[in-house]
Design a protein around this ligand. Structure first.
Ligand code: MRU
Length: 352
C-alpha cells in the first residue's frame, strides 16, 4: 500500500503558498492559500503550519514570495527590504531554529546576485531546494531510526514529528512509515499532547492513514503505559538541539526522558542537522515560547477552567543531554559526547 496518501503540509504555487490547515485536523482537511508576508507570519504563529522543518519550509517560501513583489531598483535596496522581512518572519515563533535556519539560508542564496531579478529567482530556487532536501533527509533519519527497533516493538512518542511537520515522512515518525513499507510490525503509543493536542489530532490521524498500529493515551498515562504495555523505547522530534545535545521539544518531552531513565528504556531524539544549532551552546540558551493562557483554560474552544485563574503555558521544555540515549540525524546515530560529536556531523561524510 502507498503509505503516503498523507497530504503535504506546504506547497509552492508561484503566486501563493498552499498549506494544510493543521489547526482543523482531523475534523476537516482544509487547505488555505497564503498570499502575503502577514499571512505567512499568522499561519506560523497560530499553528496552522507547525513542526520545526515545516515552519522553516513555509517561512522560506514566504520570504521568496514577498521578495518576488519588491519594486527595488537596486540590489542594495532589495537586500535591505529582504532583511526587514526576514526579521519579521523570524519573530513568528522563537524556539524552533529551523525557522531562522531556513530564512538565513535563503538570504545567503541571494547574497551574490548581480541583479534584482536574479536575486528573486535565487530565493525561489533555494526555498524549493530546502523542501526537496527535507524529504530526503527525513527518509534517511527514518532508515537510521528503524535500525534501533526490533519487529514487534512498542514505542512511545509525543506531539507530532510526522509527515505534516516536515516535507514528508517526519523525523520521529519516519521509522514507522519505513517499517510499514518493509512489512515490519511496530506499534506506536502516542501521547495526546496538551495543550493543543498535536498527538491526538495529528499523530493519530497520520499514522492511522498509513495503517501504522497506533494507540492514543493522555499525557498523564505515560508511566502506567510504559509499565503495563512494555514500551521498549521512546522517540521524539526536536525544535532546537544545542551544541551539547540539550534538546528543546514539545512540552512534556523532558518528563518522558525522566520516565525512560527510571524504566531503563532508551530515549531517542530524531532530528535533521537543520535543527542542531551550534551557536546555542547549552539548553539554558534556548528561548522557550510561552503561548496564550486560553490554550490551557480551554479545550476545543470550550472553557474548562475558572475565569481569571493563573496560567503558565510553556510550549516547549529542554531535555538535558544526559537523558538522551542517542540523537538520530540524516548523517547517522550519535550516542553521547554530543558536544564534540554534533559539530563533527557538519563536516563528516555520510557512512551507510
Ligand atoms: O508547537 P509545535 O507543534 O510546532 O511543536 C512541534 C514539536 O515539538 C515537534 O516535535 C518538532 O517541531 C519536531 S517536528 C519534526
Amino acid at each position: 500500500m502507498d503509505t503516503f496518501a498523507i497530504p503535504r503540509s506546504v506547497e509552492w504555487r508561484e503566486t501563493h503558498i498552499t498549506i494544510l490547515n493543521q489547526q482543523k485536523l482531523p475534523l476537516a482537511t482544509e487547505y488555505i492559500d497564503l498570499h502575503t508576508l502577514e499571512d505567512v507570519y499568522d499561519a506560523i504563529a497560530s499553528l496552522k503550519v507547525r513542526g520545526a522543518p515545516a515552519i522553516g519550509i513555509t517561512a522560506a517560501y514566504g520570504l521568496a514570495l514577498a521578495a518576488s513583489h519588491y519594486k527595488a531598483e537596486t540590489v542594495h535596496e532589495f537586500h535591505s527590504r529582504l532583511k526587514q522581512d526576514r526579521d519579521y518572519l523570524a519573530s513568528a515563533r522563537p524556539t524552533a531554529v529551523n525557522l531562522v535556519w531556513a530564512l538565513d539560508r535563503l538570504t545567503a542564496a541571494a547574497k551574490d546576485a548581480a541583479s534584482v531579478n536574479e536575486a528573486k529567482t535565487a530565493l525561489i530556487h533555494e526555498a524549493i531546494r530546502i523542501q526537496i532536501e527535507d524529504e530526503d533527509v527525513c527518509r534517511r533519519i527514518g532508515e537510521h531510526a528503524l535500525s534501533l527497533f526490533r519487529p514487534g516493538d512498542r514505542v512511545m512518542t509525543i506531539c507530532n514529528a510526522g509527515s505534516i511537520a516536515t516535507a514528508r515522512y517526519g523525523t520521529a515518525l519516519a521509522p514507522f512509515y519505513l517499517a510499514k513499507e518493509k512489512g515490519i510490525e511496530l506499534s506506536v503509543y502516542a501521547l495526546e499532547t496538551r495543550p493543543v493536542l498535536q498527538g491526538a489530532r495529528l499523530t493519530a490521524w497520520e499514522l492511522m492513514q498509513a495503517g501504522v498500529d497506533v494507540t492514543l493515551i493522555t499525557d498523564n498515562m505515560a508511566a502506567q503505559t510504559i509499565k503495563a504495555k512494555g514500551i521498549r523505547a521512546i522517540i521524539v522530534g526536536a525544535d532546537r538541539i544545542a551544541q551539547n545535545g540539550d534538546t528543546a521539544n514539545k512540552i512534556g518531552t523532558f518528563g518522558l526522558a525522566l520516565l525512560a531513565k527510571s524504566f531503563g528504556i532508551p530515549f531517542y531524539v530524531a532530528a535533521p542537522l537543520s535543527t542542531i544549532d551550534l551557536a546555542t551552546k547549552t539548553g539554558a540558551d534556548i528561548p522557550i515560547e510561552e503561548r496564550h493562557p486560553d490554550e490551557v483554560t480551554h479545550l476545543a474552544g470550550v472553557r474548562v477552567a475558572p475565569e481569571g485563574v493563573n496560567v503558565y503555558n510553556p510550549a516547549f521544555d529542554v531535555t538535558p543531554n544526559e537523558l538522551i540515549t542517542a540523537i538520530i540525524t540524516e548523517k547517522g546515530i550519535v550516542r553521547g559526547h554530543y558536544e564534540t560529536a554534533l559539530p563533527s556531523l557538519f563536516t563528516k561524510e555520510e557512512h551507510h
